[in-house]
Design a binder for this molecule. Structure first.
Ligand code: ADP
Ligand code: MG
Length: 454
């Protein structure tokens, strides 16, 4: 069946990614193997064997393979950095790693529905700006999507909760506490469109910090006493073996943390997780109560609440005008987070699963978006040996749409240092020099004239 609307929504998360589809008025979150949640994790071993998602995350359970795993690359999206896989020496950019995750989701959708989607709405944090958005759009292209549209995560969450266009004066707050970052956004209808009116956050406040607290406060001190582990550290300067061991401990700590969301106390025992410096097998054994965990977690949770209070104050919107407070992201399962957010006194929305809600909202939005008819024919301009290929949507709603493209010289991607400059024919606007990336690609926004052509 040829689709005329985009229909697929992807939450490309720092920690986990999810794909949903809208079909016949229903939203289905698609399983990748056994789970709807695909960890945003990539593994390459010595021989170049690739694993993505859960199978890659499982490689974090052994110190020997943990350094062949890359995760949390979304943090550096749009930056010119590469991630190196230890054993193979292979290095990849954040957009290439993100593309691997998108490919895994496309394949999961293909195996569920019979053919892989060619178009999707992909969500991005409210704080993403042009470079990060451009890198996300490029990742979609690398993953084989012919058409992709970006949507802000808090907008997607509000769509999933049914924020309607007829509620002109409603304000909702989206509290998104994930694995890597914390984001708070106020959304409302502006000019008929659901928009983020103000946002705040902390790029380094997430569930992963809580895992590290469990390691540092509870697991590590006990191990240091019982075993010969002189330099157990996660500093980038630490020995590989110690960094690998710390990643194993962090993964284990995460399972303990999650169990504490349902149990008041967890007793754990895990044999032979690695060997110590004397070659002795190390067992993890201990007990941790929810109260202890809450003591470690409270400063982080309180910090998130302060960010929300400041956001509300600075927005000038009276707290009483905030109609809903949506709990989004896996860390909102933590009972302490539920308590502290409820204490703010804004009606809480938590009916939808906080880990799939963003992708569901993206799929709902996607069902209203037509796949542009012009997709198959990008505009190509050739001057001598140089060829410029431009891609954009023919009809756009705002006056600063995105334009992407690729420059080739003699049939090869233009080298780094090549610049592209776009100018409006009335000379009222020009882009300045835009650098191409290592694949000769670039991405920018242009200022066009309202209701006009330029
Ligand atoms: P992201 O937006 O960063 O991709 P998610 O919304 O998928 O993140 O949330 C992942 C985080 O949620 C991880 O830190 C994970 O440990 C945490 N998490 C998931 N389930 C639970 C739970 N039941 N209790 C506590 N934390 C949880
Ligand atoms: Mg998220």
């Amino acid at each position: 069946m040829e689709r005329t609307t985009v229909d697929f929504g992807i939450d490309l998360g720092t920690t986990n990614s999810v794909i949903s589809v809208s079909q016949g008025g229903n939203i289905e979150t698609i399983k990748n193997g056994l789970s709807e949640i695909t960890p945003s994790v990539v593994y390459f071993d010595k021989r170049g064997t690739k694993r993505v998602g859960l199978e890659a995350a499982e490689m974090l359970s052994r110190p020997t393979t943990a350094l062949d795993v890359q995760a949390e690359f979304k943090r550096v999206m749009g930056q010119r950095v590469t991630h190196e896989f230890k054993s193979s020496g292979k290095s990849m950019s954040p957009e290439e790693l993100s593309a691997e995750v998108l490919i895994a989701l496309r394949q999961a959708a293909g195996s569920r529905l019979g053919s892989e989607p060619g178009a999707a709405v992909i969500t991005v944090p409210a704080m993403f700006e042009l470079p990060q958005n451009g890198a996300t759009a490029e990742a979609a292209k690398l993953a084989g999507f012919r058409h992709s549209q970006l949507l802000q995560e808090p907008v997607a969450a509000a769509v999933a909760y049914g924020f309607q266009g007829d509620t002109e004066r409603a304000y909702w707050l989206v509290y998104d506490y994930g694995g890597g970052t914390f984001d708070a956004s106020i959304v409302a209808i502006r000019d008929g469109q659901l928009t983020v009116v103000k946002h705040a956050g902390d790029n380094y406040l997430g569930g992963a910090d809580l895992d590290w607290k469990v390691v540092d406060e509870s697991i590590r001190p006990a191990l240091m006493q019982a075993y010969s582990l002189k330099s157990l550290s996660r500093s980038p300067k630490a020995r590989d073996v110690d960094r690998g061991r710390m990643l194993v401990l962090k993964r284990f700590a995460e399972t303990i943390k999650k169990r504490l969301s349902t149990s008041e106390e967890v007793e754990y025992f895990e044999e032979n997780v690695f060997v110590d410096d004397d070659g002795k097998q190390v067992d993890l054994e201990g007990r941790i109560t929810r109260a202890e965990f809450e003591a470690y977690a409270a400063p982080s949770v309180d910090h998130s609440i302060k960010i929300v209070q400041k956001l509300i104050e600075e927005s000038g919107i009276p707290k009483a005008s905030l109609d809903r407070f949506l709990l989004v992201g896996g860390s909102t399962f933590i009972p302490l987070v539920r308590q502290r957010t409820a204490a703010l006194g804004i009606p809480i929305g938590m009916e939808l699963d906080p880990m799939t809600v963003v992708s569901r909202g993206a799929a709902i939005f996607a069902s209203s978006q037509r796949i542009p008819a012009s997709l198959a024919k990008p505009i190509v301009v050739a001057v001598g040996a140089a060829k410029l290929q431009l891609e954009f949507e023919v009809v756009v709603r705002d006056t600063e749409p995105f334009v992407g493209g690729k420059v080739e010289i003699d049939g090869k991607p233009a080298p780094l240092g090549t610049v592209v400059s776009l100018r409006r024919s009335d000379k009222g606007w020009s882009s300045g020099d835009i650098q191409v990336d290592s694949k000769g690609m670039f991405f920018t926004s242009v200022k066009i004239m309202d209701k006009g052509q330029s």
